[in-house]
Design a protein around this ligand. Structure first.
Ligand SMILES: *Cc1c(COP(=O)(O)O)cnc(C)c1O
Length: 361
């Protein structure tokens, strides 16, 4: 079988050349006589893999020296707990912009630790838009403001960051490296790797160094302390070695494409063409408000479930999979991350047009 175009929200496609490099290096990495998977995480060749991955990530994201980069496990979901435990006193107020499924989860987790306030709640417009955030209405004693930079389920994004005096914490899982993110405007950025950066198992945290000096509540488990991971260079325990290696290959690939800005231009252009096709065709309806549309996750509906099923089937026959929308949203979702080839997006656009014209193959 030929390779399919996988539009899943994650894990997602990776560029073929990366998979081929990994394949070539699988049995004998760089003349070491063993695979990365079999290597001690304390070995010199593996330390070089980590060092290179961090250096390249710093270059492509322009991460300033006063930020620490951590390679952690537990997915973005573990960050829902680590953020409040490390940045807020127990019981302290924290501010959450709830703009989707994951923002809601983050807010609920923070509520276990302190007084997590939902400063906006996109539920009122069924999360199809990012509500306006009034900076003056934010609780002044909040430890930070948390946003979900790109809402993977609904296909909305913060096209401009909120103005606030509070330290800004952002979950950029589904857009990191897909568009330029100004690290300096954040106190902390986190992202699971499996959308835009590589395989599952790795979570990247980028944190302002001064935040590592806080005295933490004694109940915070060792493994959930940023400062422990920072002190040990992300090697307090065994890190997700293979996922770090794969993410490193991805960072090199981003670099070879001309960097994040070049990829953002490509991603915006092709997402724009997809949205235009959906707008143009009467049977298709984009879900997200135009001003807040994501260039990574494109959500849309057809008029009936039957029509949706027909469209998904036609796409599947043409080699495009996982276009079904999130279970609570329905409809369709095309996740077009960095690893999705342009040909995949074009094939989807052509299929939308063909379906509209009644050319059902
Ligand atoms: C996928 C996703 C998550 C959950 O990530 P896990 O790594 O599965 O825990 C959290 N936030 C956003 C924005 C996501 O897209």
């Amino acid at each position: 079988m030929e390779r399919v175009y996988n539009f899943s929200a994650g894990p997602s496609m990776m560029p073929l050349e990366i998979l081929e490099t990994a394949q070539k290096e699988m049995l004998n990495y760089s003349g070491t006589g063993s695979s990365i998977m079999e290597m001690s995480h304390r070995s010199k060749p593996f330390q070089a893999v980590v060092d290179n991955a961090e250096a390249t990530l710093r270059r492509i994201m322009e991460i300033p020296d006063d930020y620490t980069v951590l390679f952690l496990q537990g997915g973005a979901s573990t960050q829902f707990s680590m953020v409040p435990m490390n940045l807020a006193q127990r019981g302290q107020t924290t501010a959450y912009a709830v703009t989707g499924v994951f923002g809601k989860k983050a807010w609920e987790e923070a509520g276990r630790w302190g007084n997590a306030v939902a400063v906006i709640n996109g539920k009122d417009n069924e999360f199809t838009a990012i509500p306006k955030l009034d900076a003056d209405s934010l609780p002044r004693d909040a430890a930070y403001l948390h946003i979900t930079g790109n809402n993977t389920v609904y296909g909305t994004t913060w096209n401009t960051l909120p103005q606030t005096e509070l330290p800004l914490v952002a979950d950029w899982s589904s857009a990191i490296l897909g568009k330029v993110i100004d690290v300096r405007k954040h106190a902390l950025i986190y992202a699971g790797a499996q959308k835009n950066m590589g395989p599952a198992g790795l979570t990247i945290v980028i944190i302002k160094k001064e935040l590592l000096d806080r005295q933490l509540d004694n109940v915070v488990p060792t493994m959930l302390r940023y400062n422990i991971h920072a002190e040990k260079g992300s090697m307090y325990n065994t890190p997700p070695c293979y996922s770090i290696y794969m993410a490193g290959l991805m960072f090199d690939w981003v670099n070879r494409q001309g960097g994040v800005a070049a990829l953002e231009a490509r991603n915006a252009e092709r997402a724009g063409r997809l949205y235009a096709a959906l707008e143009e065709c009467k049977l298709f309806h984009p879900l997200a408000a135009e001003k807040d549309r994501s260039i990574m996750n494109v959500t849309f509906k057809l008029d009936t479930e039957e029509m949706t099923a027909d469209f998904l089937k036609m796409a599947q026959n043409r080699g495009m999979i996982s276009l079904k929308g999130y279970r609570t949203v329905g409809g369709c979702r095309a996740s077009i991350y960095n690893g999705m080839p342009n040909e995949g997006v074009q094939l989807l656009i052509d299929t939308v047009h063909d379906f509209e014209m009644g050319k059902r193959d």
